[in-house]
Design a protein around this ligand. Sequence first.
Ligand code: PEP
Ligand code: MG
Length: 757
Amino acid sequence: MLNSLRRIVQEVNSVKNYAEALKLIVDRVAEAMNTDVCTIYMWDENAQRFFFTATRGLNQDLCGKLSLARDEGLVGLVGVREEPLNLERADAHPRFHYMEGIGEELYSAFLGVPIIHQRRVLGVLVVQQAARRRFDEAEEAFLVTLSAQLAGVIAHAEASGALHDDPNVELGQRPNAKFQGLGAVRGTAIGTAVVASPQANLEAVPSRPAGDINSEIERYNRAIDAVRMDIWKLREKLSSQLRPEERALFDVYLGMLNDNALGNEVLARIRGGEWAQGALASVILEHVRTFELMEDAYLRERAVDVKDLGRRVLSYMQNANQGEQEYPANTILVGEELTASMLGEVPKDKLIGLVSVRGSGNSHVAIMARAMGIPTVMGVMELPFARLEGCQLILDGYAGTVYANPGDELLQYFCEMLEIERQEIDALAELRDLPCETLDGQRIELVVNTGLNSDVSRSLDHGAEGVGLYRTEMPFMIRERFPSEEEQRRIYREHLKAFAPNPVTMRTLDIGGDKALPYFPIEEENPFLGWRGIRVTLDHPEIFLVQLRAMIRANEGLGNLKIMLPMISNVSELDDSLELIRRCYDELIDEGIESPMPKLGVMVEVPAAVYQARQLARRVDFLSVGSNDLTQYLLAVDRNNARVADLYHQYHPAVLQALVKIAQDARLEGKELSICGELAGDPGASILLAGMGYRTLSMSANNLPRVKSVLRQVSMAQAKDMLHRVLEMDSARDVQRSVDGLLRELGLSRMFQSSDD
Ligand code: PEP
Ligand code: MG
């Protein structure tokens, strides 16, 4: 059974035309279960009916022509009840509904299961048999399992419009194709898709036309030669240590590289006009699929070898192609999992939008995009990203929607949206030199989150009063090794100087989680609960001390440095860190450096730190709330996982209660308090935070004018009143509605609101 399941899902996955995929499902299920009939009824949201869509055993001529309402027939019952229905005699059931002409009257036994994806009923899968019998438990379990697995494939087809449109048109080319994700950075963008492919990932290679066919062929041949040489060398080097069966593997590899069949297929595709990387990827993946479908376990295993070989060849070609990618004006970068370094490769003046299949609004790449003011949609799980190269895209960063190949009407609507947005941004720019104070005169300090020196001018342009969070890992991430003490000193000094005399809060290296350094890989099962932030730097004092020395030396003659520690989860981590900082400072003073002792602070970003806020506050000068991680850990929701992104809610009552407690504890200890998670840059949340007593908000530069504009339009009395009301509420959704309601009362558009509903 498990084998049949695996094979059916793999086979269906490999079909590009989804009408064919549905047909394949009914055929394979009928064969695997040995039933006379298998049928799929798809739910059509517009018509509000289940359509007789694909069948084996009933009258195929009627596919797409007959349908049932939700309250009609056994199919409707399965769809509404969202559970299997197993009957010995279908026609004896009171809900049986005879559909003229499909030929159902011959069949007695009926088993129907719903096809459900992310809580939504997509359709119903039915098997029928002439015999009067009940399907047994194992058969029912098989159909339920299969349906659950196929739901994802069907949802993908549905989302990309493939179920309703002409199956011969390539997915990425369908007009007005709409894909839903999560709005991560507000804003609208209209541009051309460029697909970013990670190193050696065959599935992510975009299809592109070959520029010059001869040079593509040459590129392919060169890569093959290089891999052949590598494998030879490896085989020679290891030959004395290898057992014969292991040595045979190298021979298999070399054989495949010499195999004219595989090479000829790739070359034929290149000659047909596909670029070398795309030709290689599609040939290899087809072979991998063929191997994976083989009955023989040994041959099935060979799929791994073919793929590995393909990856090696691809990697050589990608290295040879590096730096050759051309970016059109108005590039929208699209990828399966965009990373900070992919962002860095696109010239800034050309990049206007980002779309990522994985990740959410709190992933670090989204945070970077926010800092750069680039509209972004994350977690577009059904996006056929590799097939979008060169397509025109519209990106709606408010609603989290991406449209490919838009028609004129859609384009016109979004061009108007862009114009309104431009006018609002111009209006906000006028606030630049005005203070951030509420109607009744309460000053709130607005500072920025930075990471690269290129953030500086944007921050100053937006009227930042300093830096509340400098993510020092960013300059570490764009290098190929740890930066030296002197390199770091220069980077930090530039930052400190740019904002002096205003404070710059530098956070010590916060790697781990979803922030990896290419030269210091951390492989973990559970990285967000693993070796992260201060845990890494305390284990590597040599890295920590170099960074601290660089910071303190950079502060010479300026005096605006503050140092902040990430991911503190207990008092001894803090004590150990403070001891290292003081030791480092004393040593530098002994060396003759003239630099004041910087103010020291702790990030409150794990629940333990909330409960120990007073003990932590006593030991330092300030607390700063990292609400991104705090939300993740309080709600047990991975901030990076699009599948659970609906559960990641910074307006969750538990998060609000934690923020209130931290504010009270900081006040009781008489210590400075700020917040530097993304919540601080949410205009609605800034009202609540002001009501709680937060007087310093640190955010992406791009959000600063909006927050300033909102805070200048409310009084502290209004903020406190709003806070008291929402603290009585039970759910994040209610809180959000109330906050958005207030923003609407203030006459603010959706540019300010945190949700679209
Ligand atoms: C946070 O966790 O809220 C925070 C500001 O740090 P980062 O987003 O870099 O993890
Ligand atoms: Mg954090």
